[in-house]
Design a protein around this ligand. Structure first.
Ligand code: AMP
Length: 393
């Protein structure tokens, strides 16, 4: 892994692929700055080393040149976060763009217009990639969120540079994943939640070779309990995957991985926050009741398990955490992970809704690392090599 520290940026113009795909409100104001803040350390490192920065990003999925998705809308926020003036280029390729980049003084930052205004970005067009490469002398990829895409700016343009490296964010993301998947301290626990077994099969298969314990929570549970002969009532369930669930339990046994399922659940008489609630044994959920959270006994056993482990990966909520009355299981697992982390465990939270839950319940500071990339994180957990990372090797 070639990192920023291995390159002398003095008088170099770094073209940095960042992920500034941030949410905007109706007034076109940035409503979550996390992704811009995450790129800060790379940009500041290069500026402090006597270089300048040309920033490339996409924003949304524009059809044509939609002005609502112009990166001009976020220039002020980028400036505020970096604390230095940021100039803007109306196009990301072409003579004007190259001239603006060439005129950038040491310490200067230039933000280029939305890469996805050009369909050549997502198609990975070679000519477009070569044009992008003319914007600078060193290529830095710091966009973990798009590292699983073989787009022009994330993958192909790297071929046109002698000097290329990982940005700090990308480096941290890769190290965090390796800390779980390659060199985690045992016992290693993966906590998988979320709605469906079918969407997590490749992840489960890949994790069975890496972990000592696998905790299955959320809506996935009821495909397993139905397969084991339990009554699931109206709970979410994928009967077509029952055989697979049994196979998986068998595989886990062969590989010496302990599987943990909830023993009790909190169910509602409707899919609503205000539904009437009842607690049932996980194997005996009556008709008319839908399990939407782990129950109190499960939370206690999960707490004990989590505190025993030294490496913890969390992907997917334990229940319908968006309903406050069914969020306890997710909060409890989050707090247990926070406590284990405080006692020295390494915890990685990644992939979609568990990150949303951690943010919603204000637990960010309790985790060792929270991934910024949803799809990229999931593909890494599946054991795939991401094209954006392969391109830097
Ligand atoms: P995923 O994208 O697969 O990680 O799924 C996340 C979604 O799963 C969240 O929106 C949760 O509300 C949902 N979920 C978790 N547990 C359950 C459950 N027991 N019943 C229905 N949906 C659930």
């Amino acid at each position: 892994m070639r990192t920023l520290d291995q390159i002398n940026f003095k008088d170099q113009r770094a073209v940095i692929r960042v992920d500034f795909n941030v949410p905007l409100n109706d007034k076109l104001e940035v409503t979550d700055r996390t992704r811009i803040e995450a790129a800060q350390q790379t940009i500041q490192h290069i500026l402090a080393s006597g270089g300048s920065c040309v920033l490339l990003s996409h924003l949304g999925r524009p059809k044509g040149k939609d002005p609502k998705l112009s990166l001009k809308n976020i220039t002020n926020t980028v400036e505020e976060i970096l604390g230095v003036p940021v100039s803007f280029s109306e196009n990301c390729v072409g003579k004007q763009a190259e001239d603006l980049a060439a005129a950038l003084p040491v310490g200067g930052v230039l933000l280029m217009e939305n890469l996805r205004y050009h369909p050549e970005e997502t198609s990975g067009d070679r000519t477009f990639s070569e044009q992008l490469s003319k914007l600078g002398t060193v290529y830095v990829n710091d966009a973990f969120g798009t590292a699983h895409r073989a787009h022009a700016s994330t993958t192909i343009m790297a071929q046109f540079f002698q000097e290329k490296c990982f940005g700090k964010l990308l480096e941290q993301e890769v190290l965090a994943i390796e800390k779980v998947m390659k060199n985690g301290e045992a016992p290693i626990l993966a906590i998988l939640g979320g709605a469906k077994v079918s969407s997590k099969i490749t992840i489960i298969e890949s994790l069975l070779d890496k972990v000592d314990h696998l905790l299955i929570g959320g809506g996935m549970v009821y495909t397993f309990t139905k397969a084991l002969g339990g009554n699931v009532g109206n709970s979410i369930c994928e009967p077509d995957y029952c055989d697979y669930a049994l196979e998986l339990l068998e595989k886990a046994k062969q590989k010496g991985v302990e599987i943990h399922l909830p023993v009790d659940v909190v169910a509602g008489d409707a899919f609503s926050n205000d539904a009437k609630q009842n607690i049932f044994d996980v194997m005996e959920i009556p008709e008319g009741w839908e399990a939407m959270d782990a129950g109190p006994k499960s939370n206690t056993t999960f707490h004990e398990l989590i505190l025993k482990c030294k490496t913890i990966l969390w992907n997917g909520p334990m229940g319908v955490f968006e309903f406050s009355n069914f969020a306890n299981g997710t909060i409890s697992v989050g707090e247990s992970i926070g406590e284990a982390t405080q006692k020295g465990a390494f915890s990685l939270v990644g992939g979609g809704d568990s990150v949303a839950a951690v943010k919603q319940f204000g637990m960010q500071s309790k985790m060792s690392y929270i991934s910024t990339g949803g799809g990229a994180m999931l593909e890494s957990l599946e054991g795939k090599t991401l094209p954006g990372i392969a391109a830097l090797s």
